[in-house]
Write a protein that binds this ligand. Sequence first.
Ligand code: ADP
Ligand code: TYD
Length: 214
Amino acid sequence: MERLSHEAAGRGRFITFEGIDGAGKSSQIDAVVSLLRAQGRVVEQSREPGGTALGERLRELLLHEAMHLETEAMLMFAARREHLAARIEPALAAGHWVVCDRFSDATFAYQVGGRGLARDKFEALEAWVHPGLQPDLTLLFDLPPEIAAARVAATGAAPDRFEREQRDFFERVRTAYLERARLDPARFCIVDATRSPASIRADIEDVVRDRLQP
Ligand SMILES: Nc1ncnc2c1ncn2[C@@H]1O[C@H](COP(=O)(O)OP(=O)(O)O)[C@@H](O)[C@H]1O
Ligand SMILES: Cc1cn([C@H]2C[C@H](O)[C@@H](COP(=O)(O)OP(=O)(O)O)O2)c(=O)[nH]c1=O
């Protein structure tokens, strides 16, 4: 029903990509954005934490400065509040599509699942910052943490504060993502991210076409 009312109002669609570090999301986002643009959609591509000038400054702090867990959770939502106000909400209202690398499911997975933030605190922040708004489609790239870690290591890039976490942390993050997906199966699509990039790409193009096209 929610989807139909968005359509009737000419609202755009909101697609998010989620998964543990090294799942292969970033590699697939450009392909989905290109597909949608080729279909004539106006698409805003973005990421979290980030997406605005202020959000990108908060991202630098979040990825590199040690901080209290609740500070981390609140800064994630502060960046998100700015992102929603400055980009996501205006784009959707204008009928544009928004494709975003991570959103609040990442806070549930990393801060609640990975780090142990109290669920009621997460729920309070989510209800404050985006009451009634969730993505129309969330592609969850799922794979064992050891495969993801090997991919991250092979890039040779210096790991950030999250990428330096151990395997048990990413096991908890993965479990939390899967739990969140079970709670909202109409929104989530779980992608087996161990497969080749070409086969993943073909699947997610089918999902975007089947679930979101009028
Ligand atoms: N399906 C895949 N199979 C093997 N390697 C992959 C796959 N997808 C991405 N990679 C590689 O894994 C690394 C991490 O991918 P990336 O898209 O940056 O992941 P994420 O954005 O989810 O952290 C990159 O070096 C990328 O080339
Ligand atoms: C949006 C968000 C990201 N994060 C973390 C997950 C990532 O490790 C990091 C940056 O996200 P991202 O740029 O997606 O990292 P990568 O491309 O390496 O997968 O921020 C949270 O812990 N909570 C959040 O709410």
